[in-house]
Design a protein around this ligand. Structure first.
Ligand code: SAM
Length: 270
């Protein structure tokens, strides 16, 4: 135990860029334990970078996540989410020709929108850090004749959309589900304002419900186990010039093992 603590102290003296590169090489050689020891302190110092490393290198939750999500059957919390989105689109009288999913994993949500919305959207775009999930998802989507297109991307340095494509004018539906939980409050606020700017119809955010009180009353993001966060999306939307049109907060009640906090918003000018 003493040796492990001493080793961590030595690692922390090394420049971060070097540690991240070495940790990536260690993953490549199949020594994931080493890589986690090299960057373990990031979980507190820069949670988004820590989690990005885990997803990008298919460690921890990433090992099982995409394999347990099917293109045909949604888990209960995502079934509820899709139901709520379809209802909100009806209430807001929004038609959807373009969808962006930030943190799309294998593209299962995009595929559900492609199948559920009529007429089917023409543009369904997703990006994620997890190259393995993207590759497996895209192969299956293409085999089914889907229009969904997945590409690598990091929400912390979001992609620029080609000015020649319709996406440049904004998306009718933008979804960012279960991703911002890995971002600190400041990083999540920046991401929400970028997501709002990509939205011309409906923006959908989901994250864990806070403990003890509605997320909408939080004055600061709550730190949860495993270096994740419960945010106040209501406040972030207001700051990003959005108007909330639907929200669901279910407190400690679990939906298929997950707490539920959904916030849907439209750009203010609508
Ligand atoms: C818990 S999964 C959620 C997947 C899906 N959106 C859903 O609703 O079930 C989190 C996803 O966020 C992705 N992710 C985490 N940090 C990211 C980042 N900085 N940029 C893009 N994707 C990210 C992960 O690779 C992973 O696929």
């Amino acid at each position: 135990m003493f040796r492990r603590a001493a080793r961590r102290l030595v690692y922390r003296g090394l420049p971060l860029a070097f540690r991240l590169r070495t940790a990536a090489l260690a993953c490549h050689w199949g020594a994931a334990r080493w890589s986690l020891a090299l960057i373990g302190d990031l979980a507190q110092r820069d949670p988004a970078e820590f989690h990005a490393f885990l997803w990008r290198h298919h460690l921890a939750a990433a090992r099982t996540f995409s394999a347990t999500r099917s293109l045909d059957e949604l888990v209960p919390s995502r079934r509820l989410l899709v139901q709520d989105i379809l209802a909100a689109l009806r209430v807001q009288a929004l038609s959807v020709d373009s969808v962006l999913d930030a943190g799309c994993s294998s593209g299962f949500l995009l595929r559900h929108f492609e199948c559920a919305l009529r007429p089917a959207p023409q543009f369904l775009i997703g990006f994620d850090l997890d190259a393995a999930a993207l590759a497996a998802g895209q192969a299956e989507l293409t085999a089914r004749g889907s229009r969904c297109r997945l590409f690598p991307g990091d929400l912390r340095q979001p992609p620029q959309f080609n000015p020649l494509t319709p996406a440049h004018a904004g998306f009718d539906l933008v979804v960012c589900a279960g991703v911002l939980r890995y971002f600190s409050e400041a990083a999540a606020r920046t991401a929400v304002s970028w997501l709002m700017r990509q939205t011309r119809g409906l923006l959908v955010l989901t994250g864990p419900a806070s403990r003890g009180c509605d997320n909408g009353t939080l004055t600061a993001s709550q730190v949860l186990p495993h270096a994740s966060f419960a945010h106040n999306f209501d406040a972030m939307i207001a700051k990003a010039q959005g108007r909330i049109v639907f929200r669901r907060w279910q407190g400690a009640q679990l939906c298929g093992g997950q707490t539920v906090y959904f916030v849907f918003a439209r750009p203010d000018q609508f």
